[in-house]
Write a protein that binds this ligand. Structure first.
Ligand code: FES
Length: 88
């Protein structure tokens, strides 16, 4: 019996992890996703509609959460702006 075949795993700068060779991806809930592709792009942003396989959704700008949208719509907090006293 020989040594097991070496697999190559290649994280990308801001996207998926590339897995070379056929792989079985086991998800936290126990589901298995099998890929026979020569290279499988494993989603790390969790925005893929085909999760755990990357569908390039990581290239689109991230959606803001509702609280982030509310914060952006809120007027700036001026309580930290120093007040000038006209009386001196
Ligand atoms: S890494 Fe590409 S869609 Fe998530």
């Amino acid at each position: 019996m020989g040594e097991p075949a070496r697999r190559r795993v290649e994280p990308t700068e801001d996207g998926p992890v590339l897995l070379y060779g056929p792989v079985d991806v086991v998800l936290p809930d126990g589901r298995r996703v099998h890929s026979d592709r020569p290279v499988t792009a494993l989603c790390t942003c969790r925005r893929s509609r085909r999760y755990p396989i990357c569908d390039t959704s990581h290239r689109r700008p991230a959606r803001r959460t509702r609280s982030e949208e509310q914060d952006a719509d809120r007027p700036a907090d001026r309580s930290t702006v120093p007040r000038t006293d006209p009386a001196g």
